[in-house]
Structure formats: structure tokens, C-alpha cells
Design a protein around this ligand. Structure first.
Ligand code: MRU
Length: 343
């Protein structure tokens, strides 16, 4: 995708360091950062300078290639990178794409780049496969950021939106703000603005009443891991959105590349859910009138919080899964069909 007159991916290799758009600073600052060692790659993933399941897989793949180049202990680098964010299965897929090539730094880098290119192709295909769900002016609710910063170059849920916009269908997006880190208000809103897509930010808690008023035609989210039975792990707040969609008979689709499906995991109950710092719930971050970053305390000084970063949406609430292999039911048979089509 373009920012100004330059084409960017969220993460790319550039003569040694891996570069990335620092997503913590968006939308107020567009800054390119570098990770020079696998430890710096791990830090960028853990601290969410780089985020979104397919993108962190690409970042981790490059991290392992850097570890191979630097003569690091590969098993240790693999374990450290994998532990950075436990829910997104793409992280492991990215590492596995490189692992068997780490005896040669050149081949490890080639494998990381091939994995990156494959994720770009998959993200682009998701938009083509899913755009049939969109009519002229479809009003789409989405959650978190499932755009080109989260899945290299196109996104997952937003790949359909970008394709529909290019096809002249002029969709309107309700971007759920996505408490507590506000990826919707910050990153989805920024991406849609860059692409000229019509959008409004909506408090997560307002989505159900927008559905009740008949304002939402379709919900599309991304995923961090999809179990063999079609249960979906995605950003916390996805499950209540799916429940509200079911109550109001609004179709609820999940868009993800096949690298997000983990057929070794039987159901959503087996997917590890990342717990993040309570500070993300107890405080808020933004910029002041001078544009300087500030973090403010919202809750009482002695308040505590729990902060699960993802939830599980049962397959029964999902109208369909959109991948590069097409649209299939969220079921074991549907997922087998998707992998069969891709083989
Ligand atoms: O914690 P994040 O911001 O990395 O969570 C991201 C999401 O939950 C996305 O919806 C998901 O990765 C799929 S979008 C490519």
C-alpha cells in the first residue's frame, strides 16, 4: 500500500536490519524503525511496534534469519521469538518457514523473503475471494486492525474493503475502537483515511445498538488462530460482536490466510490467550495539543485490572471463513475443503 508517493509493506528487509513501520506511533507519527538483532525483533513484536498475526509471522521469520546470520543459538532464538506473542499461530508458521534453512544465512533470508511474499499474495487473494460479499455501499463493521499493517500489503478483513473500494462499490466502514489498545481508532482509521475509504469510528459498546438500528449490513474481522473445528481466536471484543450479529441476523465473516489456521488445535479452548499488562486497561495514551505523546491514568490509583488480549468466537457464530482458497463454512469439513483447494 502507498503512503504518500511511496509503496510500503509493514515490515521489510533492507541491507541487514529489518525495517518496520512503528505502529505504536500511528496515527500521530509515521516513523520507520529498525531491528538489527533477533532480540530487537522480539522486542518489536512483544511491545507491538509490529502487530497483526500475519505481519508478526513475517517479522519473526526475518528475526530468525538475522539469528542465523549472527551465528546465534538457533533453538534459543526460535523459542524466544515464538514466546513474544503466544496467540497468533502465524508467528510459529513464519519461524517454521525459516527454521530448516538456518544452516545457511543466505538461504534463511531467502526463506524469510519467500514467506513474506506468500503472505502478500494470500492477503491480496483474500480480498478477491471475499469481495463478492460486498454490494454497492455495503456498511461493514470491523474490529481491531485487520488491514495492510496487520497482514502485509493488503490486510485480511480490510483486503475486501480495499478491493471493493477499487471496484467502485464505495463501502462504508464502522471501525470499532477496540479497547484497550485502540487499534481501530488509531490504525484502522489511519489506514482507511489513507485509502480514501468512508469510515466512522464506533465505541465497541455501540456496535450492538447500531445493528439494532439496521445500520450494519455485514461484520468482517480477522483472526489470530482458527482451530480445526472453525472456532476463531481474535482480538478481545470479537466474541461480543459475533453474539450481537447473531441476535440481529447480521452476517459475521472472518478473513484470514491459511497460515492462521491451526489444524493441530482441535477447538478454541486449546488456543493460548495472551494476557497483557493491566496498565493498558488502567491508562490511556494519546497526544496533547503540542503533538507530544502522553499517557494518562484513568482508573483509581489503587485499581487493578485483567487484560486478556484475545477471545474465542465459537464456530457456530461465524457465517463463513474467507481465505485465499475462497469462502468456506466455519467447520472441520469447510476447513478441510479450503486446504484441499489450496493444495
Ligand atoms: O494484538 P494485535 O493488535 O496484534 O491483534 C491483532 C488482531 O487481533 C487482528 O485482528 C488479527 O491479527 C488478524 S488481522 C490480520
Amino acid at each position: 500500500m502507498r503512503v504518500g508517493d511511496r509503496h510500503f509493506r509493514a515490515v521489510w528487509w533492507e541491507d541487514g536490519p529489518v525495517r518496520f513501520i512503528d505502529q505504536r506511533l500511528l496515527p500521530h507519527k509515521f516513523e520507520i524503525a529498525s531491528a538489527r538483532s533477533y532480540a530487537e525483533v522480539e522486542n518489536a513484536i512483544r511491545e507491538m511496534g509490529v502487530r497483526g498475526a500475519p505481519t508478526i509471522g513475517v517479522m519473526a521469520a526475518h528475526g530468525l534469519a538475522i539469528a542465523a546470520r549472527d551465528g546465534e543459538k538457533i533453538e534459543h532464538a526460535y523459542g524466544t521469538l515464538q514466546a513474544a506473542r503466544p496467540t497468533a499461530v502465524n508467528l510459529r508458521v513464519g519461524l517454521d518457514a525459516v527454521m530448516s534453512h538456518t544452516d545457511s544465512p543466505e538461504r534463511a533470508l531467502e526463506a524469510a523473503r519467500a514467506h513474506d511474499d506468500a503472505e502478500v499474495s494470500a492477503a491480496e487473494a483474500i480480498g478477491r475471494m471475499g469481495v463478492e460479499l460486498m454490494s454497492q455501499g455495503t456498511r461493514v463493521a470491523t474490529h481491531c486492525n485487520a488491514g495492510w499493517l496487520a497482514a502485509q500489503d493488503w490486510g485480511t478483513a480490510l483486503s475486501l474493503i480495499y478491493r471493493a473500494e477499487r471496484d467502485g462499490k464505495m463501502p462504508h466502514i464502522y471501525a470499532g475502537e477496540t479497547r484497550p489498545r485502540l487499534q481501530g481508532s488509531r490504525i484502522t482509521a489511519w489506514e482507511l483515511g489513507q485509502e480514501g475509504v468512508s469510515y466512522e469510528i464506533v465505541a465497541d459498546s455501540a456496535m450492538a445498538s447500531l445493528m439494532r438500528r439496521g445500520l450494519i449490513d455485514l461484520v468482517i474481522t480477522g483472526a489470530d488462530c482458527i482451530a480445526a473445528n472453525g472456532d476463531v481466536a481474535n482480538k478481545i471484543g470479537t466474541y461480543p460482536l459475533a453474539l450481537a450479529a447473531r441476535e440481529h441476523e447480521v452476517p459475521f465473516y472472518v478473513a484470514a490466510p491459511l497460515t492462521t489456521f491451526d489444524r493441530a488445535v482441535a477447538t478454541g479452548d486449546e488456543i493460548p490467550i495472551e494476557e497483557r499488562s493491566p496498565d493498558e486497561v488502567l491508562t490511556a495514551e494519546g497526544v496533547d495539543a503540542a503533538g507530544d505523546s502522553v499517557r494518562i491514568r484513568i482508573a483509581p490509583a489503587d485499581a487493578t485490572a485483567i487484560n486478556p488480549a484475545f477471545d474465542i468466537t465459537p464456530a457456530g457464530l461465524v457465517s463463513g471463513l474467507i481465505s485465499e482458497a475462497g469462502i468456506v463454512p466455519a467447520s472441520t469439513a469447510g476447513i478441510e475443503r479450503a486446504f484441499g483447494a489450496a493444495a
